[in-house]
Ligand binder design. Structure first.
Ligand code: HEM
Length: 237
């Protein structure tokens, strides 16, 4: 995913009334189903909120689902969908976004990098990486911006260079999960470890999930906090 658009100043918030969603029975991908290296897109498919087979997903329907299920305000979801993902046309299969380069990047939290000589990155979760990520929660209960920053610094330290997209998306992706499935306490966003890992490791909506709205300004604030924390962690080494 390309995240530079997310860091633009917040646009005028457009309030759009969208219908409440029905979570649908969770069922993992079966043989022949298409899946992405994105835990959120796979979760939506696993819950039948977009086509369960992961094929022929319309961007119009995905846009609506990102609003009424994930709680993303219109300017934010429009910003994501206005990125390089548009190259895919009006509809896409989830596996299309595993194409390394424009959307898929190295240094993921819970996925392996694209193998040498391959065009498409793996879409299955590396559960060892999930356990490693879990260990970055300082109190074992929630992930804070600082915990996410520590995880990103650790992952990125294995690379001599990374694309700008890998660096910005590496911060933006867990920030989005925190905004959608976490909550704001004392001006800071936190997300229960259980919720983060249910989404990333099981590709399932966290138990008791209730949609709340968030937008570009929230994403800009949280990504800035994580990025600043990353700089502070590196400077203290
Ligand atoms: C149009 C919407 C979206 C598209 C097309 C998309 C696409 C992608 C792609 C291609 C990746 C792979 C990046 C990599 O190489 O690691 C990815 C990763 C990820 N996405 Fe999405 N995504 C979308 C929306 C979201 C949303 C709304 C969330 C959270 C609420 C989310 C959470 C994540 C996370 C956490 C990862 C990182 C997984 C990892 O590091 O292993 N995505 N997404």
């Amino acid at each position: 995913m390309v995240f530079s658009a997310f860091l633009l100043p917040a646009l005028v918030t457009v309030v759009v009334a969208l219908p409440a969603f029905e979570p649908g029975t969770w069922k993992p991908a079966g043989p022949g189903d298409s899946r992405a290296p994105c835990p959120l897109l796979n979760t939506l498919a696993n819950h039948n909120l977009i086509n369960h087979n992961g094929k022929n997903i319309s961007f119009a329907h995905l846009n609506e689902t990102l609003g009424n299920v994930v709680g993303m305000e219109a300017p934010l979801r429009n910003a994501i969908l206005a990125g390089p993902i548009q190259k895919l046309g009006d509809t896409f299969d989830l596996h299309d976004v595993a194409l390394h380069g424009d959307f898929e990047h190295d240094a993921s939290l819970v996925h392996d990098d694209v193998a040498t000589g391959k065009q498409y990155a793996p879409v299955t979760v590396n559960q060892t990486k999930v356990v490693i990520f879990k260990s970055f929660s300082a109190n074992g209960k929630v992930f804070t911006a600082h915990d996410i920053a520590a995880a990103r610094v650790s992952i990125e330290s294995d690379y001599s260079s990374l694309s700008d997209n890998a660096v910005s998306a590496g911060v933006g992706e867990p920030a989005l999960v925190t905004l959608a499935f976490g909550s704001k306490k004392d001006e800071s966003w936190v997300i229960p470890v259980e919720s983060m890992l249910t989404l990333l490791g099981k590709e399932r909506l966290p138990n008791g999930f209730v949609t709340h709205d968030f937008g570009l300004e929230d994403l800009g604030g949280l990504t800035a906090e994580i990025t600043n924390d990353m700089q502070a962690i590196r400077a203290a080494r």
